[in-house]
Design a protein around this ligand. Structure first.
Ligand code: SF4
Length: 311
């Protein structure tokens, strides 16, 4: 590893694509099986009205139009030439195959080097995987599937009403890897029901399943969510910023140093959130985390024992 204390995504992007690459959020009219009654009603306890999507255009615009508009803006502002359409809100594989195929194909253009699709571990079909494998080969682009896992503790998964198990995640990872696609795993590092052992176990399981990327964020409270009600009723106490930073470092230390960190702290627009990131900007928290790692000489993989020595 270079002077960076963890494997930084922007460095990976530059190495892979030869220059800076920008993500373009894309919104398609999908919901989530954990909200509509298929797996659960109302969704995960922290899930807000936008289903994890921010800064997106209306799903009434075609995929092509959304990408065109965003690239016109971002391309001009940052002199960007390469892009990754990012299907972000809700579960982007929760739709019929004809629509899925149409939306994915609409997102590909000469300046697109990768597409990234966010979904649940229990919500991806073999047909979709075969199609994405073909796109990858025929169009010569990368395809990343982002899976929300959040915690490896089965009890916590139940408490936050994820509606899937750890085994669902492990099986999905095996299937996505077998299709030759890239994988990104989303984790919440400060779930109050998790203990430090769960954070370590999380890093070990993600390393064992060979996720290519990780995105972490803190537990934030959005309006009109079950979590907001629990918070008001004093049924849940959030961890502190220092706790988050300590857990993030613990996680990184046990993670395979080859895994690329896409994000260590999330950004949620203030208008949607009641409590987020301890009212501190994400970059200040990241600066604190970086400073603590330097001071304590911590780095990603310091306590990683190798894939052959895993539990
Ligand atoms: S899986 Fe995602 S979109 Fe579905 S309820 Fe949970 S957070 Fe919301």
């Amino acid at each position: 590893m270079t002077e960076n204390r963890y494997n930084i995504y922007s460095v990976w992007l530059k190495k892979r694509y030869g220059e800076k690459v920008y993500k373009i959020p894309v919104n398609i009219p999908v919901s989530c099986p954990n909200r509509d009654g298929t797996k659960g009603i109302g969704g995960c306890v922290y899930c807000g009205a936008k289903g994890g999507g921010n800064e997106t255009l209306s799903d009434q615009l075609s995929v092509g139009d959304q990408i065109e508009r965003n690239i016109a803006y971002i391309g001009k502002r940052y002199h960007a030439k390469k892009f990754i359409p990012y299907f972000q809100s809700f579960s982007n594989t929760y739709c019929d195959f004809a629509n899925f195929k149409k939306w994915m194909l609409e997102s590909i253009r000469p300046d697109v080097v990768e597409i990234s699709i966010s979904t649940r571990p229990d919500c991806i079909t073999d047909e979709q995987l075969r199609f994405l494998e073909t796109i990858k080969t025929v169009q010569a682009i990368d395809v990343t599937i982002e899976l929300g896992l959040q915690t490896v503790n089965e009890e916590t998964l139940k408490i936050i009403k994820r509606g899937h198990t750890l085994a669902d995640y492990e099986q999905a990872m095996d299937r996505i890897k077998a299709a030759g696609l890239l994988t990104c795993t989303h984790m919440i590092l400060d779930l109050p029901w998790d203990r430090e052992e769960d954070i370590i176990m999380g890093a070990e399981i993600l390393s064992r399943k060979k996720t290519d990327f990780v995105k972490c964020h803190s537990l934030y409270i959005e309006r009109n969510t079950v979590l907001k009600q629990w918070y008001d009723d004093k049924k849940v106490t959030l961890l502190s910023k220092d706790d988050y930073i300590n857990r993030a470092i613990l996680f990184l230390e046990h993670l395979n140093p080859d895994i690329v960190i896409q994000r260590l702290i999330g950004r949620t627009p203030k208008e949607d959130s009641v409590i987020t990131n301890w009212n501190t900007s994400w970059w200040k928290i990241k600066d604190e985390l970086d400073a603590q790692m330097k001071q304590e000489n911590n780095y990603q993989g310091r306590k990683f024992t190798g894939l052959n020595n895993m539990r």
